[in-house]
Design a protein around this ligand. Structure first.
Ligand SMILES: CC(C)(COP(=O)(O)OP(=O)(O)OC[C@H]1O[C@@H](n2cnc3c(N)ncnc32)[C@H](O)[C@@H]1OP(=O)(O)O)[C@@H](O)C(=O)NCCC(=O)NCCS
Length: 161
């Protein structure tokens, strides 16, 4: 992990703007990031279509993360099968600066719903650390087959009460 970076001194959330999408697309297209998250990167057209839906859906809390004033990634809360689920994605050059940890803490102040859920690859130790530090606890582990969006792998489900 690129933990050589200094800790960000200021982490803030704001609403996502259309002008953020080029950067988010670049973050998602990074092969190491996609492998860690266990997802298959979308084409640009599929990415823009996906984001068009997200930005029009008021049930989704989607926030851009600013680290020392710079766009560093995003954090989200969306519903899957009736369960409020959190997710986050940080630009690779910003990993190891404590950004996901603080962005998730800010999201948890904003989103009052409990329980909240998260799903993470068993090998994604950085994300597991972020979730556990926020108080999430592992509740189940499953082996998932490859799908259109995900590569095959072991998934751990987390819950925050
Ligand atoms: C997972 C991810 C969000 C972490 O973001 P980040 O801003 O680097 O996270 P933080 O710096 O807040 O915290 C990461 C923690 O994991 C630790 N960590 C990093 N790599 C690790 C590893 N291989 N093994 C164990 N711990 C690790 C870090 O040391 C840090 O803990 P510490 O503060 O106690 O030292 C980032 O790597 C990412 O965006 N990955 C691609 C997308 C993704 O995986 N999203 C999550 C899907 S569930």
């Amino acid at each position: 992990m690129d933990a050589k970076n200094a800790r960000a001194s200021r982490v803030e959330l704001r609403s996502v703007r259309e002008s953020d999408l080029d950067a988010f697309f670049a973050h998602d297209s990074d092969p190491r990031s996609a492998a860690l998250a266990g997802v298959k990167p979308r084409t640009r057209a599929a990415f823009l279509e996906h984001w068009g839906r997200i930005l029009a859906d008021e049930s989704i809390t989607e926030r851009a993360i600013l680290a020392d004033g710079e766009l560093a990634g995003r954090v989200t809360c969306f519903e899957v099968g009736g369960e409020k689920t959190v997710g986050y994605w940080i630009a690779r050059e910003q990993w190891g600066r404590g950004i996901a940890t603080r962005a998730l803490a800010l999201l948890l102040e904003e989103v009052a719903d409990r329980p909240l859920f998260a799903q993470v690859r068993a090998e994604n130790s950085a994300s597991i650390r972020v979730l556990e530090r926020a108080g999430f606890r592992a509740i189940a582990t499953t082996d998932e087959a490859e799908s259109e969006r995900y590569t095959a792998g072991r998934i751990v489900r987390y819950r925050l009460d």
